[in-house]
Design a protein. Structure first.
Length: 439
């Protein structure tokens, strides 16, 4: 393997891949998403690796950072995403250039008028809350819920493209006026010492978001390198199930960030969005997403007697690390090392599936940039970046390098948990860019 050690201070030419910079950037700022990367990171990658219009693939597209930047730069963008809310957000962004910003502004004004008139007339909402969406404490106060339902009534009157952005504006603001927050992951405001929300300006929050979208759409339409282009695609399915449908060797650049080996639970953390936007009606509706998720989740893998690394992954170091995790804390039952080793084995098996799929899609000489965080399981350091590179190497790739733009990482729900109990022993958390070249 030719990879540089992840600890080496090789930052390559990449800027910090953290998503935080996207919070200020037009269109990207519409919705937050966990563990994405910044648009600058994608811009750097596109400028460096694609001199002419090409095909850009993100197999784990999230809310579409890669796809949007690829589209802006005049490339064809293809993404896979299993989370229906994230896929919806990515699609809405990619389609936004088709919309006249004035239509959004007119709708925002009509919405405010509708809400004001509803307040004056005491109109009862026709919409109803998602029946199976249960939370420990009421998600919305009665006053807020009434306003939210009236907003849904209004959205019913809108034409599809405008309605889609209204729904996204609601999704982006919905936790703000709820009794929950994302500090650090979805939980009650009361449990982090914040007051319950008795009432709030729901109409103002949604209308402000829609107006921000109108401004951004105007900018997006101006800024697209190829205004004729309209082929950005988000496929709402697992990359593992869908990649074979892409033409072989048809992709010029792959930029992605798969779920990290930190058990961040995309399903649980998007429950409010999935239910309120109607992407699921019962808990069973999204259960299958857990199995589709890259590496599945520890909560699923821990109950298996033993999940082993695929024998096709011929790497003694990975095997030794998993054995070490498996030996830790046997007295803790499913919470001990075996459960975590099962989860990690599933994860690295999926790394092999990913490398196989990527190798099929990429043309010879094309680059794959994979942003991935390391991990510490039961006190055992897991250099996920080096392991991914080692898995990719015999599957059609040369490892061009491992760059570490950011050496400490915080903000993941796992940091607080017992998985990190061995942090001191395990070393620092970092994020790395694994650069692979298709042979
Ligand atoms: C780290 S996030 C990507 C964030 C993205 N870079 C962005 O900027 O929004 C990983 C994403 O992979 C998705 N995912 C997990 N397993 C997948 C699979 N098998 N196929 C496609 N997407 C998957 C998750 O739902 C999640 O949105």
């Amino acid at each position: 393997m030719t990879a540089a050690g992840a600890g080496a201070a090789d930052r390559g030419a990449f800027r910090d891949p953290a998503f935080t910079a996207n919070r200020e950037a037009p269109v990207h700022r519409w919705v937050p998403w966990i563990a994405g990367f910044s648009r600058q990171f994608v811009q750097d990658a596109l400028a460096r690796h694609l001199q002419a219009p090409g095909v850009v693939l993100d197999p784990f597209a999230g809310v579409g950072t890669t796809l949007l930047e690829a589209d802006l730069a005049g490339h064809a963008a293809i993404g896979f995403e299993i989370n229906p809310y994230a896929a919806f957000a990515a699609r809405a962004k990619l389609a936004a250039h088709r919309l006249e910003p004035a239509r959004l502004r007119t709708a925002a004004a009509a919405f405010e008028a509708f809400m004001a008139e509803s307040r004056r007339s005491g109109r009862a909402p026709s919409a109803s809350p998602p029946a199976a969406f249960r939370t420990r404490a009421p998600f919305y106060s009665p006053a807020v819920e009434r306003k939210v339902l009236l907003a849904f009534d209004f959205m019913e009157t809108l034409e599809a493209p405008v309605a889609a952005l209204f729904r996204l504006a609601f999704a982006a603001t919905m936790v703000g006026y709820s009794n929950y927050s994302y500090e650090p992951s979805l939980g009650r405001k009361a449990s982090v010492g914040r007051p319950e929300v008795e009432d709030d300006d729901v109409a103002g929050a949604i209308a402000a978001k829609v107006r921000q979208m109108a401004d951004d759409v105007a900018w997006y339409r101006e800024d697209r390198a190829n205004p004729e282009r309209d082929d950005g695609r988000v496929l709402e399915e697992s990359f593992f199930d869908g990649y074979a449908a892409l033409d072989e060797a048809s992709v010029d650049l792959l930029i992605t960030s798969p779920p990290y080996l930190n058990n961040y639970h995309y399903n649980r953390n998007t429950r409010p969005h999935l239910y309120w936007l109607g992407f699921c009606a019962t808990p069973g509706d999204t259960k299958h997403l857990e199995e589709l998720n890259f590496g599945t989740y520890w909560q699923n893998a821990r109950y298996e007697a033993r999940i082993d690394l695929d024998p096709a992954i011929d790497d003694a170091e990975i095997r030794a690390a998993l054995d070490e995790v498996r030996r830790r804390n046997p007295d803790k039952g499913v919470y001990g090392g075996n459960g975590w080793a099962n989860y990690a084995a599933r994860y690295f098996n999926d790394c092999a599936r990913f490398a196989g799929g990527a190798a099929r899609c990429l043309r010879p000489g094309a680059t794959a940039l994979v942003v991935i965080g390391n991990s510490i399981l039961q006190g055992v350091p897991i250099p996920t970046d080096r392991f991914l590179a080692a898995i990719a190497a015999p599957r059609g790739f040369a490892v061009a390098g491992i760059h570490v733009p950011r050496e400490t990482r915080v903000g993941s729900s796992i940091v607080e948990s017992s998985v990190r109990a061995g942090k001191a022993a395990g070393g620092a958390l970092y994020e790395a860019v694994v650069e692979l070249r298709r042979l």
